[in-house]
Design a protein. Structure first.
Length: 147
């Protein structure tokens, strides 16, 4: 029969390989915990099987909890591939009349945040065919002004 150290080592390596394939970070902690139990069993070969499972569970849950508490999300998903404020100043052509109480539309030669045409509002009435520039992003609507 296989030694418990080799079984824990194999489980740890399988979990780490699965982590590398998925990139979720969650399996990393279980793989490292299994390898830690393998090292503990190598150092103390007479450790009871129940204690090995308790060590694995405790190490897995505590390392996952510590990582979750200290993990800081730094990326923003609202503007994937866009620098903050990059759309301000972009010039497009109004395709639907807009004003303070009327949502219109503006079209750009190049896509802006993934689309060429966007809903637009303005502080003054801007007629169709007029060139306008973006002054602000308000939700999913662009505030524009005549250039």
């Amino acid at each position: 029969m296989l030694d418990a150290m080799w079984i824990w080592g194999a489980i740890g390596l399988i979990l780490l390989a699965a982590e590398m394939a998925t990139g979720t970070i969650y399996l990393l902690w279980f793989g490292v915990s299994a390898l830690s139990v393998a090292i503990a069993v190598w150092m103390f070969p007479n450790v009871a099987l129940a204690l090995q499972f308790v060590m694995f569970a405790a190490l897995s849950i505590s390392s996952l909890a510590i990582w979750k508490l200290n993990y800081k999300k730094t990326e923003t998903h609202s503007r994937v591939g866009q620098a903050q404020g990059e759309e301000i100043g972009r010039v497009g052509e109004v395709t639907k009349t807009c004003g303070p109480n009327q949502t219109g539309a503006i079209m750009f030669a190049q896509g802006l945040m993934g689309s060429r045409e966007w809903p637009a509002i303005a502080n003054e009435i801007i007629e169709t065919g007029t060139s306008a520039s973006v002054v602000a992003v308000e939700g999913n609507t662009l505030r524009i002004k005549i250039i």
